[in-house]
Design a protein around this ligand. Sequence first.
Ligand SMILES: Nc1nc2c(c(=O)[nH]1)N[C@H]1C(S)=C(S)[C@@H](COP(=O)(O)O)O[C@H]1N2
Ligand SMILES: [Mo]
Length: 365
Amino acid sequence: MTNEEKRDSFEPKDSPSLRTELKQEVAALPEAGPKEANPSALTPPEKIETAEATEQQVNGDGSHSTPREPAPKPDDVPSPNIVKPVPPEKQRRFFEERPLPAIGMVPRVMRNRTRREVLAFGIGAAAVATGAAYLLPQNTLSRLGVRRDMNSRGKEWLLNNALLLDDDVAEALYSNNRMVPTYTRAQITPIKNNYNGVTPEPWYISGWNLRLDGLASGLSVSLDIRKLMNHFSVHEQITRFVCVEGWSAIAWWAGLRFDDLLRAYPPKSQAKWARVESSVNLDNSGSPDPYFVSIDLATARHPQTLLATHHNGQALTLEHGAPLRLLVPVKLGLKNVKAITRITYSAEEPRDYWAPYGYSSYDGI
Ligand SMILES: Nc1nc2c(c(=O)[nH]1)N[C@H]1C(S)=C(S)[C@@H](COP(=O)(O)O)O[C@H]1N2
Ligand SMILES: [Mo]
């Protein structure tokens, strides 16, 4: 069997309605004319050469921006039978969201930027005050309970804690009611395969199931894809996917809500976190390298957080995480675990694959 056949044979045979429906919707995608298929419409990230970018590359410390994830090339664009690149509509309605320019930024720059934006948000003023307390007027400082005559150790403590504080501020600002923008089909853009290591071969597909641990029942549950697709309603959404490396894509996903899974298989009462893992993940040389992230349960319950089974109307390809991936548009791409094999609920925040590389584990956008 070829990989293609294996993938096809794995798809549940008894959910024709969803599949036909999704296929039909794909057929409804507007045709891209020859001019529109021009790769220039694919908005490749602009290369920004900053001192920091150079430093990051020279260090080559295995961090997120090293050659393990090469810059997107035109070849990374999915073949046109998956999704036809469609340029933004010529005339946008006034209130419609404009696409953000894709800007290449190294992770560190991006992290700082995210922080700055969080801080600029208003409540973030408290975090700014923590970092630069000695610049603020005395009455503001007193309100914050900070004495102006701080010694340098005090300042150092505040600066160190400012970094942690803005994750907290971001978390405090988080709301399950705040939706990320959704887009029209005409705004869909190509999305690259961003497996940091080697894309896994389809060997795991036929025996795949999702294991759940940390449940209220105290049991381990294994669900196959048929069960997941038949027992939960399907939600679809076209949302922006943002990678910390500085590219983003507008993509159309469908799958079940993480929230529905949580309701059907409730976690133990103390649980506040989910560890979402792909045990079939490979490193660059093809050796096993499990990929895992922490997701707080509030984020997991967000209505736009999906366990996606489909992309652009078709079952997920290996490149995008067949048969089930996390789609969490309120978080950076790196939290969107592909080829999930296991979800474990816990009271304490679990470890995150990227934490040793200096990433915040919050990774909100
Ligand atoms: N299993 C697994 N999931 C993963 C990754 C990975 O290396 N392995 N990379 C993450 C990163 S950094 C990004 S940006 C997205 C990319 O998703 P895509 O390949 O579908 O574009 O997947 C995320 N999920
Ligand atoms: Mo990423």
